[in-house]
Ligand binder design. Structure first.
Ligand code: ADP
Ligand code: LRH
Length: 491
């Protein structure tokens, strides 16, 4: 069976043509396009948006390309979480979706916590207070009166493909308007906080049929009658389906791309005070699983550094800066990569140097030194997070699976094994697309009864690469102490 997986990340979007059959699982990239923030000026300043119409157009080009290579049986869409479009009562898009890195939500969380205490908010939603959660973004909207429906990005694209409005549960679970235990919208919470419940469309599970591509659109694109299937529409949900963990393994995962999502797959949420204090989140996964994880700032800090060097007229390519980083002395300087200072777009090299100076460490100078500082700091954050996840759940972690674009960064994979002190199994790069394709295939009758069967198929078709820890535990512990709270960077 041939399927199109649309996987939209914050830095690029791709359409993959997947083939699934007994013992067969392939994905081939048929179209890739850039993605990122688009800043637009207005009287009050400026707003960072996404180019959602551009993404839609590129997605259609990709679906057509996938169909040209063989008749498609289905299409599924996943994307980054939390962001949305608002529709009026007729279904027309009201304004261009805003990028979660826009500072419009500053101060909103504090206001919310005055009405609903953090403990209660966590107890209902299971979510960490990230400033960009959909809840805070909706409360930052100037005017919700004209809005009839809020559709998260994959749901919005599904709507434009099929005319059907709905909300897929894995992505709905990232809004902070969703009850992590009942798996329904947290309507009372929304009302208390002034979010109109009419905005929240009917929920469905991954694997549900969304609809079929609208006949006019299908004719225009030369497509057959094509089912649109709900997948784990949060890209991280699909990526974790794509983790090739074997049965009975005690694994942690890192979904490594713009963000690094670091955590464990659980059967039920962990809503303890300790989990709340440690900034862990409980996101809904495919087949009712819970992703108990922490957002680590991710390769965003490196890609923004590259962008800064380019803007300053001293461009450096990713392969060359990584080669330079590999020959820099390990752990010369590290930063708390999760400090809020690294969230907004901007001059990351300066922010990194500042953070090093604030903690009394030598300031990295060259691009290679800065990149090494970012990679060492990411690995240090992985170490802390994997260990915290284990202690918060009373589990052991024997292996860390890394999936996503960061798998291509061999230095980071090795540093991750060193910092965590357990082997790393790296790959597949395209875990999200594989997870997307497998959930579609099951919905369309390809067998694969559960996650274990899906992962068994990935293991036999996409063998991960193994990195062993090099046993320099004392160095990592000493580096960790250099950025312990107290020396922490203030944003
Ligand atoms: P997202 O889905 O969030 O857009 P990806 O999973 O595509 O992110 O991962 C993008 C990241 O992968 C880039 O920021 C980059 O750091 C890393 N990456 C991509 N290609 C390479 C490569 N050839 N070598 C090293 N790292 C790479
Ligand atoms: C990764 C991701 C992550 C969210 C962030 C907004 O692409 O979906 O899981 O926290 O984007």
């Amino acid at each position: 069976m041939r399927l199109a997986a649309v996987d939209l990340g914050a830095s690029s979007g791709r359409v993959m043509a997947g083939t699934v059959g007994p013992g067969v699982l392939t994905v081939e990239e048929v179209h890739r396009f850039g993605n990122g923030g688009v800043r637009v000026a207005h009287a009050g300043g400026s707003t960072l948006h996404w180019d959602v119409l551009g993404l839609y157009r590129e997605m259609l080009v990709g679906i057509q390309a996938a169909h040209r290579g063989g008749v498609l049986s289905g299409v599924g869409i996943d994307s980054w979480a939390v962001d949305y479009g608002l529709l009026d009562a007729s279904g027309a898009l009201l304004g261009n979706p805003v990028n979660y890195r826009d500072p419009r939500t500053e101060g909103i969380a504090e206001r919310v916590l005055g009405t609903v205490p953090a403990r209660e908010l966590f107890d209902i939603t299971g979510l960490r207070q990230l400033p960009f959660n959909t809840l805070y973004q909706l409360l930052a909207e100037r005017d919700l009166d004209a809005a009839g429906t809020m559709l998260l990005i994959p749901d919005l694209l599904n709507y434009w493909l099929t005319g059907v409005r709905g909300a897929e549960r894995t992505n709905a679970s990232t809004t902070q308007l969703y009850d992590v235990r009942s798996r329904e919208w947290a309507g009372d919470l929304a009302s208390r906080l002034g979010v109109p419940t009419r905005l929240l469309p009917p929920l469905h599970d991954p694997g549900a049929m969304v609809g079929t591509v609208l006949p006019d659109l299908a004719a225009e694109l030369g497509l057959p009658e094509l089912p649109v299937v709900a997948v784990g529409s949060h890209d991280t949900a699909s990526a974790v389906v794509g983790v090739p963990a074997g049965p009975g393994t005690n694994f942690a995962y890192i979904s490594s791309g713009t963000w690094s999502l670091v955590g464990l797959e659980l059967e039920s949420p962990v809503l303890s005070d300790a989990a709340l204090e440690a900034d862990f989140t409980n996101e809904g996964g495919v087949d009712g699983t819970i992703r108990f994880l922490r957002n680590v700032m991710g390769l965003w800090v490196l890609s923004e550094s590259l962008r800064t060097w380019e803007a300053q007229g001293t461009p450096v390519s990713l392969p060359s800066v990584l080669a330079q980083a590999a020959s820099v002395n390990p752990l010369s300087a590290v930063v708390d990569i999760d400090a809020p200072a690294f969230l907004p777009p901007g001059d990351m090299p300066s922010r990194i140097r500042q953070a090093c100076s604030d903690t009394g460490q030598p300031m990295p100078e060259t691009p290679g030194e800065i990149a090494r500082c970012v990679l060492d700091s990411l690995a240090l954050a992985y170490r802390r997070t994997v260990r915290q996840a284990a202690s918060l759940t009373g589990r052991t972690v024997d292996v860390v699976h890394v999936v996503g674009g960061g798998v291509r960064n061999e230095l980071l994979c090795q540093l991750t094994a060193d910092a965590c002190g357990v082997p790393v199994l790296a790959g597949p790069v395209e875990a999200a697309a594989l997870g997307n394709v497998l959930v579609q295939a099951r919905a369309l009758g390809a067998g694969l009864p559960d996650l274990a069967a899906m992962r068994a198929l990935i293991r036999t078709t996409h063998e991960p690469r193994r990195y062993e820890p090099s046993g320099r535990e004392a160095d990592w512990a000493a580096a960790e102490a250099r950025i312990a709270p107290g020396t922490r960077v203030v944003a």
